[in-house]
Design a binder for this molecule. Structure first.
Ligand SMILES: Cc1ncc(COP(=O)(O)O)c(C=O)c1O
Length: 301
C-alpha cells in the first residue's frame, strides 16, 4: 500500500486509512459493478478550488443509474462531502476519487435492491500524467475499444476499465506512453484514459459518443475554451488516416489535463504546436483561477 497520505470519506464519515477497506465479497470488486470519477482540486489566488465538481457528480449519478446502483445521497450531499474530505486532507493540489459500488449482500449477477451501495471519496496527491515530459508517445492499440452496444462507453464504470488497462499494458510493453484505441469500425475512439483531438488547417476536431467515447469533462472544457478563444472546432468521426495526417494532436483528461501527442507509432508530429500550446496554457490558467471567463467552473472550498 502507498505511504502517500490519503484521506477517506466512506459511507457518510471521514475514516482513518486503516479502516478504509471494502468487504472482500463486494459485488463491485468481483464484477466491476462500480462507478467512479476523477476530479482535481487546484490552488488558486482565492484558495483551493475544485474543477467542475457538480459536472463530475452529475456524471457519477448518470453512471450509477445505468447500473441500477442507488446512491443513497443527493448531489448536494455529495458536493458537501467532497468539500469536507478535501478540507480534512489539508491539501490544495489534489486528486479526488469518488467511487460508488455494490456491497457484499449477494454474489448473484443481478444484485437487485437487496444489495447495498457504498460510497467512497478518497483525496490524495496525483500529479498530472507525464507532467515532466514534452508530450505522449502514442501507439495504435491492437486492443479494440468496446462497443457501446456491449457497455455504454459514456458511462464511467469500474468494469469498463479492464479494456483501458489491457491497452495501456500493451502500449507500455512496446515502449509507448499511451494507447489510441480504435472502435469496432476501426475509427479512432480515445486514449486509455483520455479523449483525443486533432488539429487540421487551424480547426480542432474531436469525435463524439458515436465513436464509443467517454464524454470527458476536459473535452467539453476544451471545446468551450476553443469557442471563447475563436478557435474553430468540428465534431466528426476520426479515422487513423485523419490522425496521421493531422498538423497537431493532443489528449485531454482530468488526470492528464492537455497532453500533446508527439508521435503515433512511426508518425512523428511537428514540434510546432501553436493551437495545442494555446489550449494547454488557457486550460492550466482556467483550472487555477487565472481566467475570469471560466470562473463558473470552480467550486471554492
Ligand atoms: C476512457 C476515458 N476517456 C476520456 C476521459 C477523460 O474524461 P475527463 O475529461 O472527464 O477526465 C477519461 C478520464 O477519466 C477516460 O478514462
Amino acid at each position: 500500500m502507498s505511504s502517500a497520505p490519503r484521506t477517506y470519506w466512506i459511507d457518510g464519515r471521514i475514516v482513518p486509512s486503516a479502516e478504509a477497506h471494502a468487504p472482500a465479497l463486494s459485488h463491485g470488486l468481483h464484477y466491476g459493478t462500480s462507478v467512479f470519477e476523477g476530479i482535481r482540486a487546484y490552488p488558486t489566488p482565492r484558495g483551493t478550488a475544485i474543477f467542475r465538481l457538480d459536472d463530475h457528480l452529475r456524471r457519477l449519478f448518470a453512471s450509477a443509474e445505468h447500473y441500477m446502483l442507488k446512491i443513497p445521497y443527493t448531489l448536494e450531499e455529495l458536493h458537501d462531502a467532497v468539500i469536507e474530505t478535501l478540507r480534512a486532507s489539508g491539501m490544495n493540489d489534489a486528486y479526488i476519487r469518488p467511487l460508488a459500488y455494490f456491497g457484499d449482500e449477494t454474489i448473484a449477477l443481478a444484485p437487485g435492491p437487496r444489495c447495498s451501495t457504498h460510497v467512497v471519496f478518497a483525496v490524495f496527491g496525483f500529479p498530472p500524467l507525464m507532467q515532466d515530459a514534452p508530450g505522449a508517445r502514442a501507439t495504435i492499440s491492437p486492443i479494440q475499444k468496446f462497443s457501446s452496444k456491449a457497455m455504454p462507453a459514456t458511462i464511467k464504470a469500474g468494469g469498463h476499465y479492464t479494456n483501458s488497462v489491457l491497452a495501456l499494458h500493451d502500449a507500455a510493453k512496446r515502449g509507448f506512453d499511451e494507447a489510441v484505441l480504435l472502435n469496432v469500425r476501426g475509427e479512432v475512439a480515445e486514449g486509455s484514459g483520455e479523449n483525443i483531438f486533432i488539429v487540421k488547417d487551424g480547426v480542432a476536431i474531436t469525435n463524439d459518443a458515436s465513436a464509443d467515447i467517454l464524454y470527458g469533462i476536459t473535452r467539453d472544457s476544451i471545446l468551450t475554451i476553443c469557442a471563447r478563444e475563436g478557435i474553430p472546432t468540428a465534431i466528426a468521426p476520426l479515422t487513423v488516416a485523419d490522425l496521421l495526417a493531422a498538423d497537431e494532436a493532443f489528449f485531454t483528461g482530468t488526470a492528464a489535463e492537455v497532453i500533446p501527442i508527439l508521435c503515433v507509432d512511426d508518425k512523428v508530429f511537428s514540434d510546432d504546436r501553436p493551437i495545442t500550446a494555446r489550449l494547454r496554457t488557457t486550460y492550466a490558467n482556467a483550472v487555477r483561477g487565472g481566467d475570469p471567463r471560466f470562473e463558473d467552473w470552480l467550486t471554492y472550498t
